[in-house]
Design a protein around this ligand. Sequence first.
Ligand code: ADP
Length: 389
Amino acid sequence: MKISIDSLKDSNEFLNTLLDNITSAIFVTDKDIRIQSFNDSFRSLFYRDEDMLIGELCGNAIGCIYTVREKANCGSTSNCNSCNLRSSLLNAFLEKVPTHRSLLSREFLIKDRVIQKYFQFSTRNITFNKEEMVLVIVDDITEYQEQKRVLDEKNQKLEIINKQKNELIGIAAHDLRNPLSVINSFSEIMLEALEDLKTENLREMLQILKKTSHFSLQLLNDLLDFSKIESGTLELKKLKLNYLSFLKENIQQNEFFAVQKNMRIILNTSCSSIPFHFDPRRIEQVMNNLLSNAIKYSFPDSTITVSVSMENDSVVTSIEDCGQGIPEKDLPFIFQPFRQVSVKPTDNEKSTGLGLAIVKKIIDFHEGKITVESKPGKGSKFTFFLPLF
Ligand code: ADP
């Protein structure tokens, strides 16, 4: 005995209008879970011909991927025991539960394409001409789920950014409080006792003020750079320059700091010129950070070697010191922001824990890579690769 939605339509004018206009896919199955009737939305959702649908097992009719992949009938696939739709249909027959609503997410073969779908469906036991049937109403919520997934991903990213921003503010506030209070109290002392202070004392205080304000400025610049990089607003301004001349100039500037610890920086290369595209301002930042670390974490009277060469399609630069080195357990963390590991500066220099994080990001922006080799007591070698093209 078959029922048809058409006969239901005839019997009720109101139902007629409703079924014609409803966007949900509606179908009716018998006790064997075979399709007995369906509306137009069902056909357009699953793209099946009408004559192939009547009497077809539910899963086969809607292109359930398990029936397709396993070439099996609905009811005998490996997934049938955990199928939401099947258990809801069976329950509707067995326990005659009132309307049951659930979700179904699965791949379906629709119009010869395997598509991931998200359905919201309800099942309800009905009796028609004394025969028990189950009425199923299906709503395709795939688009909504997809939008939700994208939104969730964006929210997760925003949460991470927000957490980093809070960390940044916390660190900035904490690290800036000390130098700012030094600047504040020293300038107060100087103002109050200006007449009595000897030139020598004044020079000493001004030097402390200079050092402290320099550190605050550097920390602020690092924080601004880091947040710029993290928010994706950093734009590289690449220029075609002779990298070797650029390096020589940079080393000369950093030598000023090295000589204060009686250290020297030597350049080691067999190239006479390396013209290629890079952002000089940002690579200068990379070099300044790596060289200042080499100076900061090494003992006086030692040598730092900068080597540059061309390998395959990359320009390879390494900065090698003979300093304290980094314990193996700390190596995985040194490029993470705010990570100051166990190695401390040798001359009480300041550190922010942001330098290497910025270096790594700048190299990433250049589509290059950076590596580190280090042995405690022997020294560290940071090598970065910049693509030539
Ligand atoms: P910081 O401002 O603390 O120097 P970085 O991000 O530049 O921040 O470095 C992170 C940590 O890595 C440092 O605190 C230090 O412990 C370690 N480190 C970096 N460079 C060297 C180096 N050349 N030798 C030894 N340890 C280093």
